[in-house]
Design a protein around this ligand. Structure first.
Ligand SMILES: Nc1nc2c(c(=O)[nH]1)N[C@H]1C(S)=C(S)[C@@H](COP(=O)(O)O)O[C@H]1N2
Ligand SMILES: [Mo]
Length: 199
């Protein structure tokens, strides 16, 4: 499954550099949103996984809160070249959410409230690599940063971490999302500096 050569991706070992090529460090938390900030009350929030056969798995906010939470501390890297190290989140692992989902899909197409989309290989959501995050730095995730909940996939450029996440379609074929259709890289590994198509 997938198009990525094992052993030739992801961040270097802990002894290696913390900053991917071409990035600079920032202490604050910039807001990058294409369009207005959707306001999604938690009593109307839901998250839906749709498989390639059309089967749907739904979680209400209460369902999400009832699942075991994890507390990842991760570095994040925006394609506009800022990186922020050691960010603290609370969220539910996609391993947990997808554990009962039967699929033969290789690709995930992520939808947000407000219409934003992004795509990535399904394997990049698994094995402790991604979360539906709802707290940041000790507080509920602010609306401008994607609250009530966003996807967090820190090993890829931050545009893959869809704010106000609403659902994930599991697909047999890859389909470009919002930035990927606009010339950004299909995969977006910051350590290989995959910013634009052809990088
Ligand atoms: N729904 C949605 N998610 C999004 C975006 C967006 O415009 N809409 N921008 C992406 C980009 S380009 C980045 S760098 C990060 C920014 O997240 P932040 O605003 O919390 O820093 O969100 C990503 N997720
Ligand atoms: Mo970004």
């Amino acid at each position: 499954m997938g198009i990525v050569t094992p052993g030739f991706r992801g961040r270097p070992r802990s002894s290696g550099p913390k900053l991917p090529p071409g990035q600079y460090l920032t202490e604050d938390f910039p807001v990058l949103t294409a369009g207005p900030t959707p306001r999604v009350p938690v009593d109307r929030w839901e998250f839906v996984v749709t498989t390639e056969t059309g089967q749907q798995h739904r979680w209400s906010w209460a369902d999400l809160m009832a699942l075991p939470a994890e507390t990842p501390t991760v570095d994040i890297h925006c394609v506009t070249k800022w990186s922020k190290l050691g960010t603290d989140w609370v969220g539910v692992s996609l391993d947990t959410l997808l554990s009962d989902v039967e699929t033969a899909a290789d690709f995930a197409f992520v939808h947000s409230y407000g219409g934003y989309t992004t795509n990535l290989p399904l394997e990049d959501l698994l094995d402790g690599q991604s979360w539906i995050a709802y707290r940041y730095d000790g507080a509920d995730l602010a609306p401008e940063h994607g609250g009530p909940a966003r996807l967090l996939v820190p090993h890829l450029y931050f545009w893959k971490s869809a704010k106000w996440v609403r659902g994930i379609q599991l697909r047999l074929d890859d389909e470009p999302g919002f930035w990927e259709s606009a010339g950004y890289h299909d995969y977006g590994d910051p350590w290989r500096e995959q910013r634009y198509q052809g990088d």
